[in-house]
Ligand binder design. Structure first.
Ligand SMILES: Cc1cc2nc3c(=O)[nH]c(=O)nc-3n(C[C@H](O)[C@H](O)[C@H](O)COP(=O)(O)O)c2cc1C
Length: 180
C-alpha cells in the first residue's frame, strides 16, 4: 500500500479534496491529510478521516498532540505529497520555505527523494499576478510538479483559469509519481 500525504489549503475547492482523498483511498492507497487552519474552517477534518480511515491533522500544538511530532511523522510516512487545493497564501509559504503550520513544516521535512505535486486553485486574477507566477516558478525549480488549474466558471462568479482540476486527473497524476 502506497502512502499519500494530502495537504489542503484554505480554498473554496477544499471540498473537492475530500473527494480526492476518497478516490485515492478507494484505489488502495493509505491517505493521511494535513490541513491549514483556514482549510479546517472551511471543511471539518473529520470528513477526511471518515473517507480514508486514516488521521487528519491540523495543529500539532494542540493539547491533544502533546509529546507528538506530527510534521516528522507524516513526512517520513509519505511516499508522495500532493497539495490540493493550494491557495495563493499556502503557495507563497511553500515557495518561501516557511514552516509556520503543519502543511508547510511537513513539506519542508519531506525527504528529498519523495515526489511532490502542487495543485493551485484560486481566482483567475490572483493566479495571473506576478507574485503567484513567481512562486509557481520557484516550486518548479525546487523540483515540484505543478498541476496547472483548469479554465471555467469559478465559485467567485468569474470565468477564467484557476479551477482545481478534476479529482480523477489529480489521482492519476499522483499514481504516475508513485510509479516512477
Ligand atoms: C469561502 C472562501 C473561499 C476561498 N477560496 C480561495 C481560493 O480558492 N484560493 C485562494 O487562494 N484563496 C481563497 N480564499 C482566501 C484564503 O482562504 C486566504 O487567503 C487564506 O489566508 C488562505 O490561507 P491558507 O491556505 O494558507 O490556510 C478563500 C476564502 C474564503 C473565505
Amino acid at each position: 500500500m502506497s502512502h499519500v500525504l494530502l495537504a489542503a489549503g484554505g480554498s473554496v475547492a477544499v471540498y473537492k479534496a475530500c473527494d480526492l482523498a476518497s478516490k485515492l483511498a478507494q484505489r488502495g492507497h493509505g491517505v493521511r491529510t494535513v490541513l491549514t487552519g483556514r482549510a479546517a474552517e472551511l471543511v471539518n477534518p473529520q470528513l477526511f478521516e471518515a473517507v480514508t480511515g486514516e488521521p487528519a491533522y491540523v495543529d500539532e500544538y494542540d493539547e491533544t498532540r502533546r509529546g507528538a511530532m506530527d510534521h516528522i511523522d507524516v513526512s517520513t510516512w509519505a511516499d508522495v505529497l500532493v497539495v490540493a487545493p493550494c491557495s495563493a497564501n499556502l503557495l507563497a509559504r511553500l515557495a518561501l520555505g516557511l514552516a509556520d503550520d503543519l502543511p508547510t513544516t511537513a513539506a519542508l521535512a519531506l525527504p528529498a527523494d519523495v515526489p511532490r505535486l502542487v495543485c493551485p486553485a484560486m481566482n483567475p486574477h490572483m493566479l495571473a499576478t506576478p507574485a503567484v507566477q513567481r512562486h509557481l516558478g520557484t516550486l518548479r525549480e525546487d523540483g515540484w510538479g505543478v498541476f496547472e488549474p483548469d479554465e471555467g466558471h469559478m465559485a467567485c462568479g468569474v470565468n477564467g483559469r484557476g479551477r482545481l482540476p478534476d479529482t480523477v486527473e489529480i489521482a492519476d497524476r499522483v499514481e504516475e509519481l508513485l510509479a516512477r
